[in-house]
Design a protein around this ligand. Structure first.
Ligand code: PBG
Length: 326
């Protein structure tokens, strides 16, 4: 066997390894998801998501100072409503929690990119992502509600709306309603490829959004499918999505790659709550090194083809990048 070729040569020093590194996560790739609650002076750690918090609007503004100082330019807001009802009415209320948070954030940080999650599940008493009749999640009846939510977020000043409900046709309906109201500059980041995943467990605790009956398999995708992911992605491109999302990330790296190759718009991947808490709890048990596990998972998401990464590690990752300039 010839020993002329030795891959180890390029691993010999730190400088060489850096020189030939194929993928790295940039601070500008990161989006930091935040949970906003009513009230004042609240910064309460979420037990299911160690190191993540429920923020009232005033505390959220404090946190944003840190986020911005780290160089992170995008955040994603989730709202925890005061009250839930069958129709999720706080979701499109101009005094709703997300609308208030967006107004306050954009006022103090006009350059920060504010993305909002457009969905009903946190706001409905039944915890499903759409209008429900006889335990059936109705598609077409839900579209106008989603468009109303998106419009109210745009009116509050959101730069990007991100529908996460998985109803058919919602991107087009949202686009039409935004444009009709002169919000043609507001982008749509569609959760196009959202799987019915076990990894949302901690989020549902954090947002109080677990379905009260059944599960989400009649609207979210089967983890077994990848060709269907392309169908969803292409439909959303046709309907006017500006960016697509694959979610969760780590168990779906092949899907990120496939969607990236099948489309020509930016692809986002969401490292979801379960992926994050899994690492946090393993670290707590002394099983994993947190920094290395964060770096490895986020870099693998980038390697798979993600242009944008939504992650609860955003602040830690940004801090790491600043400590390790390359
Ligand atoms: C709302 C929504 C969910 C997540 C983002 N938007 C939960 C779900 O579909 O049950 C999950 C985010 C996470 O787990 O970090 N539809």
């Amino acid at each position: 066997m010839s020993m002329l070729k030795r891959p180890r040569r390029l691993r010999h020093t730190e400088a060489l390894r850096n020189l030939v590194q194929e993928n790295r996560v940039n601070i500008s790739d990161l989006v930091f998801p935040m949970f906003i609650v009513h009230g004042e002076g609240i910064k309460r750690e979420i037990p299911a998501l160690p190191g993540q918090y429920h923020y009232s609007v005033d505390q959220m503004l404090e946190e944003l100072k840190e986020v911005v100082a780290l160089g992170i330019s995008s955040v994603l807001f989730f709202g925890i409503p005061q009250e839930k009802d069958e129709y999720g009415s706080e979701a499109y209320d101009m005094q709703g929690i997300v609308q208030r948070a967006v107004r306050a954030a954009k006022k103090q940080f006009p350059k920060l990119l504010v993305i909002t999650d457009v969905c009903l599940c946190q706001y409905t008493s039944h915890g499903h992502c759409g209008i429900v009749k006889k335990e059936e999640v109705l598609n077409d009846e839900t579209l106008d509600v989603l468009a109303n939510i998106a419009l109210s977020h745009a009116m509050a000043g959101a730069d990007v709306v991100a529908p996460s409900d998985m109803m058919d046709g919602r991107v087009e309906r949202i686009r039409v309603v935004l444009d009709r109201n002169k919000f043609n500059h507001v982008s749509i980041l569609s959760y196009s490829v959202k799987y019915a995943s076990a990894f949302y467990g901690p989020f549902r605790d954090a947002a109080g959004s677990a379905p009260q009956f059944g599960d989400r398999r009649s609207y979210q995708m089967s983890p077994a499918n990848v060709r269907e992911a392309i169908k969803e992605a292409l439909l959303d491109v046709e309907e006017g999505a500006d960016m697509l999302m694959v979610k969760p990330a780590l168990a779906y790296l092949d899907v990120i790659r496939a969607v990236k190759e099948a489309t020509n718009i930016p692809v986002a991947a969401y490292q979801v709550s379960g992926e994050y808490s899994m690492i946090k709890l393993a670290v707590r048990e002394g099983l994993l090194d947190e920094e290395k596990a964060m770096l490895e998972t986020l870099t693998s998401i980038k390697r798979a083809g993600a242009d944008i990464i939504l992650t609860y590690f955003a602040k830690d990752m940004a801090a790491w990048i600043r400590r390790n300039p390359q």
